[in-house]
Design a protein. Structure first.
Length: 228
């Protein structure tokens, strides 16, 4: 389906692979369509394997529960996790400023197009935290923790989370390593509280801070930086 969309939106003239990639990254329809298809297929897989084949309640079996009442102080407060995610984003931004990034990272190509940039930020805040937390902290972490133990499960989940973002960052390993650490922090919150809601709120705060910083830095996507 992704290939069909690429053929549909690609121009007819001959383009190199790099030119075709840059062209498709500038098409909001292609970006939105492929992401929605990908997310829909993931949730279909989870629903069939958990809800249909095993008869389990979908959301609760994936770790979506209320924050436990026996958690101390602010650890029961959803805003504490959201604001902690915002703070984590600031720390990662400061650390990534010291990393020499790939000048042609796909994510930078997306940000050069205003419509694509707006779509990317909307998906990063409204959709990505829900999908990624359901998959990584809801589905994969319990599987890894049961198979290898809690500690290795936390690390393995964080590593896979960071590597998932590698392609869009042009495999800039300094930033990928930072995202692995972010994934580990998210998973620690999930393991400690026993609910995906905690890691979701961290993730939501993290992505929201990035979106706000991007909007301010580009003056509402009206001044898109050409390169780093």
């Amino acid at each position: 389906m992704q290939t069909a969309l690429a053929i549909h939106y690609a121009p007819h003239q001959h383009l190199s692979q790099k030119q075709l990639e840059q062209y498709l990254l500038s098409k909001p329809q292609f970006l939105f369509g492929t992401n929605i298809l990908w997310y829909a297929m993931i949730f279909l897989f989870l629903y069939v394997t958990l809800g249909v084949l095993r008869g389990l309640p979908f959301w609760s079996s994936l770790g979506w529960k209320k924050l436990k009442s026996n958690l101390a102080g602010n650890k029961r407060n959803p805003w504490a996790y959201f604001l902690s995610g915002c703070g984590l984003a600031i720390l990662v931004f400061i650390a990534s400023a010291r990393v020499h990034g790939n000048e042609n990272m796909p994510i930078q190509e997306i940000l050069k197009n205003r419509s694509s940039a707006i779509l990317l930020m909307a998906m990063a805040v409204l959709i990505a935290p829900l999908v990624e937390e359901t998959v990584f902290r809801g589905y994969l972490y319990p599987l890894f923790a049961k198979s290898f133990g809690i500690g290795p499960g936390i690390v393995l989940t964080g590593v896979l989370f960071g590597l998932m973002h590698g392609a869009q960052l042009g495999w800039t390993w300094g930033i990928v390593v930072l995202l692995i650490l972010v994934g580990i922090v998210f998973t620690v919150a999930r393991a400690y509280t026993g609910t995906v809601l905690a890691s979701f709120l961290l993730h939501l705060g993290y992505n929201s801070m990035i979106a706000v910083a991007t909007i301010i830095g580009t003056r509402g996507f009206t001044q898109i930086p050409i390169g780093r």
